[in-house]
Design a binder for this molecule. Sequence first.
Ligand code: AMP
Length: 213
Amino acid sequence: MNLVFLGPPGSGKGTQAVRLAKNKGIVHLSTGDLLREAVKNGTELGKKADGYMKAGDLVPDSLIVGLIEDKIAAGDLKSGFILDGFPRTVPQAESLNEMLQKNEITLEKAVLIAVSDNEIVQRLSGRWFCPTCQVTYNYPANVPKNEGVCDHDGAKLVRRPDDEEKVVRNRLEVYKKQTQPIEDFYRNESILAEVKGEQTPDNVFKSILEVVG
Ligand code: AMP
């Protein structure tokens, strides 16, 4: 099963992608996670990506396409995958098609998790996570038992710097201008499957299972 997950920031695509990858025994590849790791480790890629990420802008296509190319060349995607956060622009989607064709891999579906703007700003500005175990909390829907600390290990909760409201609004704008055209790209290829993201996480997951089969 080879899939791309699409959706605005905060649509829950990361959470759902992890869950589906486990359920199907396939690889979950998040370019956001790879970039955050590169920033944390202070690699060349991380140094180049840091400023764009802090502002909520996209990292240049050339940096990202190379990352995915390396994963394909290493054979990491051979037994099925979910790409989460890639592609983010039409040129990235075109590059992905070329890379997959070269390696005789077929993309089966692009799963779009649709969520309204207001819901997204509310969700992201209330999103906190545990830096130790990575569990995510959301105010007001899913709050920790003790204000500001993780239920599992007592670590002090932190937020992603790009979840500040101003940056969230920019990320949404960027999504609309640069990423949303990909929906038509995959619609034209007849592989776009849309799922309603404003349901409980369990019901979103059920809807995803229905469309991916
Ligand atoms: P995410 O965790 O998917 O929300 O990604 C966090 C940030 O990483 C984005 O706001 C971008 O700055 C950068 N990023 C992640 N994936 C891509 C991509 N495919 N193209 C360009 N920038 C990306």
